[in-house]
Design a binder for this molecule. Structure first.
Ligand SMILES: NC(=O)c1ccc[n+]([C@@H]2O[C@H](COP(=O)([O-])OP(=O)(O)OC[C@H]3O[C@@H](n4cnc5c(N)ncnc54)[C@H](O)[C@@H]3O)[C@@H](O)[C@H]2O)c1
Ligand SMILES: NC(=O)c1ccc[n+]([C@@H]2O[C@H](COP(=O)([O-])OP(=O)(O)OC[C@H]3O[C@@H](n4cnc5c(N)ncnc54)[C@H](O)[C@@H]3O)[C@@H](O)[C@H]2O)c1
Lengths: 207, 207
């Protein structure tokens, strides 16, 4: 089992290796990776070791080899089926976010409680009314749900997704959602992040 | 100095106290707070103690008193001036996000490198071309910048904001930004969160 901080570092290393591959760099050392990413070389070597032997060539890693090693071991080449619930300002931005599809997260359904939205939004994604969430998630084997509904509808939306068999949720609403059935929830709370920033700034200003 | 995990918990406690105040609840104990939020009562008592004495009435906190105590000590009633850079799908959603203004984060400027966008977007917020970021941030005393530009423009955008005297940045692009001048950066990376979820799911599926 890989601890979360190592996982986040491995993903950052993977992103960087993709960039180095595009720039035709053949090999890179853990201290060079550390310098670019701001991690200690020791923790990089330890993170990579969680994935088993990768072969270190005289002080450096082969870029392509390490990249494929991380990709295979973390299942980054897996395709995931996702859906967006709530097709307002934020939800429509996510519905058409090309980076998701390009990185193996295909958005295959959108849901909204307002029937008019379903008819007026132009998108290649199939749209459904909110009361069909559980049925559609089950039928299409959707694994990850992105929640972009108002705070008061967030828990109900999560419950509907979970009843349909969703396995992971990304919650954009500013309230905490209670999980059931071992479903993993990641919160992306813009308001919460602004408040943390504001508080940290207030501490710096204190006389 | 309050550790970040305590800070995040105190903000969650504050949000909950706002809700209890609306429901006319007069007092609440640390174990009740713990049960609702999923924190240990000890850590709640410790978090609150960072803010100095608040007076605990026979096993409970007065809701209003604790709320104002957290608000005053964390500077949550401070108004912050913010701006949005990049007025595409995500940026326009943020520009019109009412929750920001309602919680003391007034969005007072928007920027884009595409001049056409500045003329076609309907919003009460004043819009400027991207090359004026440094000048406008300085003139209007903007404290927090929200970056919603493509990955290749993220670092340049951060540098322009920092040159203008920005104090905190929230970065929505999927690349890590290098900070200067002691500026604080918080990343909200949807793609990164999806990849972490996908990796955690892959581990569960491993034979
Ligand atoms: N706009 C932003 O930039 C932004 C940024 C960060 C977080 N958020 C959060 O994202 C959420 C959506 O914000 P928004 O600005 O897009 O709001 P919005 O009002 O523009 O959109 C909300 C959408 O959800 C739909 N909806 C309401 N109840 C529903 C239900 N039970 N099931 C399915 N759909 C339902 C509405 O019909 C509407 O289309 C909010 O929780 C908000 O706090 C928004
Ligand atoms: N769309 C989403 O739902 C979503 C979700 C999460 C993260 N993101 C991230 O947010 C960023 C924006 O995504 P989007 O979907 O809104 O893209 P978009 O292409 O719709 O919008 C990008 C905007 O940035 C402007 N721009 C480009 N270079 C600029 C510069 N140097 N200075 C100022 N403005 C500049 C463009 O003119 C455009 O209006 C990307 O980094 C993306 O990865 C998007």
């Amino acid at each position: 089992k890989i601890p979360n901080p190592s996982l986040t570092r491995l993903l950052a290393i993977y992103h960087l290796l993709e960039q180095l591959e595009r720039e035709n760099v053949k090999s890179v050392s853990s201290s060079e990776l550390g310098k670019i990413l701001g991690f200690k070389p020791d923790s990089i070597r330890k993170d990579v070791s969680y994935l088993g032997e990768v072969g270190n060539f005289g002080g450096g890693y082969e870029v392509l080899k390490l990249k494929d090693h991380i990709c295979g071991n973390l299942g980054l080449d897996r395709k995931r089926r996702t859906c967006v619930v709530g097709l307002g300002r934020l939800g429509t931005a996510i519905l058409n976010y090309d980076d998701l599809n390009e990185n193996g997260f295909s958005v295959i359904a959108g849901f909204d409680s307002n029937i008019n939205k379903l008819e007026t939004i132009t998108t290649p994604v199939e749209l459904f009314p909110a009361h069909e969430i559980t049925e559609v998630v089950k039928k299409k084997g959707i694994e990850i749900g992105l929640i972009a509904v108002p705070a008061r509808a967030a828990q109900e939306t999560a419950d509907r997704l979970i009843d349909g068999g969703i396995r992971g949720i990304i919650n954009f609403s500013p309230v905490a959602i209670k999980a059931k059935n071992n479903v993993m929830i990641r919160n992306l709370d813009l308001l919460g992040e602004c408040m943390i920033l504001s508080t940290l700034l207030a501490f710096r200003e204190k006389p």
